[in-house]
Design a protein around this ligand. Structure first.
Ligand code: PGA
Length: 272
């Protein structure tokens, strides 16, 4: 499966066509047996006709190896991502996982800077930048999360806040790495709440993110990077987000934990 495809222009209006992405962030869910069952169901449900969307699953560390065995056995195009990484190459960091360990499990991506890590584990923009550097040194690409709280949005500072997260997190990257990277815009007030941003609100911020990437890394990087929306995306609302010019897919929490809802999202995100 090639990463970037050009196809007939659908409802999308941007130049070129970025391959949409649906990434399932399982968070701290699924024991090993549960994970194997879900990966088997997802793998079985991804038909060849679904090749107009890159499908990624982000299981907990403890499930990645088992997931990989299922995906390899099925020769599945579904790609793997980890949910976090420690920036150091190795050492005395009890409980942590390095980028080399993640790479050795066959992952292509790793989530960094999810708002839950920023909130519960004090992860800063500087940590995000250091983690991205560690990923790149090991051939992995970030799915870098950004997003504002309700207070920041109500103060009219969402765009300023989110673009500053992007600038700080990606500061050390090179343009060629940015092209294959992914940014997920996830307003904190929409995560797991059942409340989504409106498609226009999400598009406005995603456009500002792309403009920021353009300013930092140039046109090729800005036109290639996938920008996802995340925050209560589900089969009932995905169709409203996908036609937006700067939204290239979704980072899916709750709706990725059941194969039928996840597969509906993959189906809905296909390039039309
Ligand atoms: P949600 O989570 O889809 O359950 O809102 C999204 C995320 O946090 O990545």
């Amino acid at each position: 499966m090639s990463l970037f495809k050009r196809g007939p222009q659908g409802p999308r209006t941007y130049t070129g066509q970025r391959l949409p992405m649906i990434a399932g962030n399982w968070k701290m869910n699924k024991t090993m047996d549960e994970a194997i069952e879900l990966v088997q169901q997802v793998s079985y449900g991804i038909e060849p006709k679904y090749d107009q969307c890159e499908v990624v699953i982000c299981p907990p560390f403890t499930d990645i190896r088992s997931a990989r065995v299922v995906l390899m056995t099925d020769n599945s195009p579904v790609r793997l991502a980890a949910q976090d990484v420690h920036p150091a190459p190795s050492g005395a960091y009890t409980g942590c996982i390095s980028a080399a360990m993640i790479a050795s499990l066959g992952c292509r991506y790793c989530i960094v800077g999810h708002s839950e890590r920023r909130e519960y584990f004090g992860e800063t923009d500087a940590d995000v930048a250091a983690k991205i550097a560690a990923l790149r040194q090991n051939g992995l690409y970030p799915i870098m999360c950004c997003g504002e709280s309700l207070e920041v949005r109500d103060a009219g500072q969402a765009i300023e806040f989110v673009t500053s997260q992007v600038r700080a997190g990606m500061a050390g990257m090179e343009a060629k790495d940015v092209e294959q990277s992914v940014i997920a815009y996830e307003p904190i007030w929409a995560i797991g709440t059942g409340r989504t941003a409106t498609p226009d609100q999400a598009q406005e911020v995603c456009a500002a993110i792309r403009a920021t990437v353009r300013g930092m890394f140039g046109n090729e990087a800005a036109d290639s990077i996938r920008i996802l929306y995340g925050g209560s995306m589900n089969p009932g609302n995905v169709d409203k987000f996908m036609p937006m010019a700067d939204i290239d897919g979704g980072l899916i929490g709750g709706a990725s934990l059941k194969h039928d809802s996840f597969l509906s999202l993959v189906h809905a995100a296909q390039l039309k």
